[in-house]
Design a protein around this ligand. Structure first.
Ligand SMILES: NC(=O)c1ccc[n+]([C@@H]2O[C@H](COP(=O)([O-])OP(=O)(O)OC[C@H]3O[C@@H](n4cnc5c(N)ncnc54)[C@H](OP(=O)(O)O)[C@@H]3O)[C@@H](O)[C@H]2O)c1
Length: 339
């Protein structure tokens, strides 16, 4: 194996020098008339990405698990960006019935035409927890909820001329291995490993969606991005709740050394708007160890795009979420019913 997939130091951490990139949000075109959903945009990197998109005049839909938090975040965004067009939709991604309802609500809000879906929401370092459907929570929220949301939003995405889906992974996916036999019910559990595995699943899903769209000659582009390390409460929130204060403080200290959420959102923004992006590409910060810096194309661990794992995860996710993606190669010309 190469690039840190086996024993040894993973690819990004063997390189000391930064890779120079010159991309900045100034390159983003006017997004007037385009509609974008950003999941997990009540705070952190998602809120920053939503703000960047609103500043470039996109109609932004904030998706988060609390209705009141969603409204407050939308109001805050309107205060920061004059004339921003913002809506909020409540959805707990761990609850598949809410995901379906949220997709219906979004489809109505955007008049059946969604240009961009940024699958950003995430949880990390949770103690072993199960979703209402009984699936391990990192896998349920970080991967399955987004898989289902994307599938249910397909008609709206295909209503746009050049739709794009951006899946937010992590440079820490290099430490993960999505065990595609039963990632939803792991035999052994470690809170960080479950997070790393879910971030590998985000990349496998990106490749699965790219293959699915290509095989049907659909214009949908699926792209992945990772923010580097940013100063948010991801991980430390769960550690604190669990009484692991020292670990939480160390994590917060580490995240504070690198960049702020607005800068961390740049790779997401580039993946979402750069006209030259090709389906299946992966963007991350170009600085040392991919922890900060301007966004560049980055490499993923081999096992995060292994063709067999891509297919296995796709089939499993379809089964666990009730087949939100049509299986017929004829679709969307002729939609078929699913059991
Ligand atoms: N921060 C980093 O250093 C870092 C590094 C690598 C990758 N990332 C990735 O970047 C993304 C954003 O992370 P962040 O650092 O901005 O985290 P954050 O500040 O904790 O934000 C996470 C967002 O996800 C939402 N969320 C959590 N559970 C949800 C659920 N069940 N349903 C719907 N939304 C849910 C949260 O909503 P509530 O707050 O309302 O619960 C919040 O808006 C994640 O995918 C993460 O894996 C972050």
């Amino acid at each position: 194996m190469t690039g840190g997939d086996g024993a040894g130091i993973p690819g990004p951490w063997r390189r000391w020098r930064s890779r120079r990139g010159s991309w900045t949000p100034a390159e983003v075109a006017d997004l007037s008339g385009q509609a974008a959903v950003v999941t997990g945009s009540s705070c952190g990197i998602g809120a920053a990405a939503a703000e960047h998109l609103a500043r470039h005049r996109a109609h932004v839909i904030i998706l988060c698990p609390s209705a009141s938090q969603g409204r407050a975040s939308a109001d805050a965004l309107r205060r920061r960006v004059a004339a921003a067009r913002v809506n909020s939709v409540m959805c707990d991604l761990a609850q598949l019935n809410q995901v379906r309802e949220a997709a219906e609500q979004i489809t109505q809000l955007v008049g059946g035409r969604l240009d961009l879906l940024v699958n950003n929401a995430g949880v990390a370092a949770l103690p072993y927890t199960r979703s209402p459907a009984g699936f391990e929570m990192h896998f349920a929220v970080n991967h399955l909820g987004h898989f289902a949301l994307t599938g249910h939003l397909l008609p709206a995405l295909l209503g746009a001329s050049q739709p794009r889906v951006v899946n937010v992974s992590s440079v820490l996916h290099w430490l993960g291995r999505c065990r595609t036999d039963r990632p939803h019910r792991p035999r052994r559990y470690h809170r960080w490993r479950a997070y790393f595995d879910s971030k590998a699943a985000n990349l496998l899903f990106t490749h699965g969606l790219t293959a699915w769209a290509r095989s049907r000659e659909l214009p949908l582009r699926a792209v992945a991005a990772h923010p580097g390390l940013a100063n948010t409460a991801l991980g430390s929130r769960a550690l604190r709740t669990d009484g692991r204060r020292l670990e939480a403080r160390l994590l917060e200290w580490g995240q504070a050394q690198w960049h702020s959420p607005p800068e961390a959102a740049w790779p997401l923004l580039r993946a979402a708007t750069d006209p030259h992006v090709v389906g299946g590409e992966f963007f991350g910060p170009g600085g040392r160890w991919e922890w900060s810096g301007t966004p560049v194309r980055v490499r993923a661990a081999q096992r995060a795009h292994d063709a067999r794992a891509v297919e296995q995860l796709w089939r499993l996710s379809q089964r666990l979420t009730g087949h939100p993606f049509p299986t017929s190669p004829r679709w969307p010309v002729q939609r078929e019913a699913h059991s």
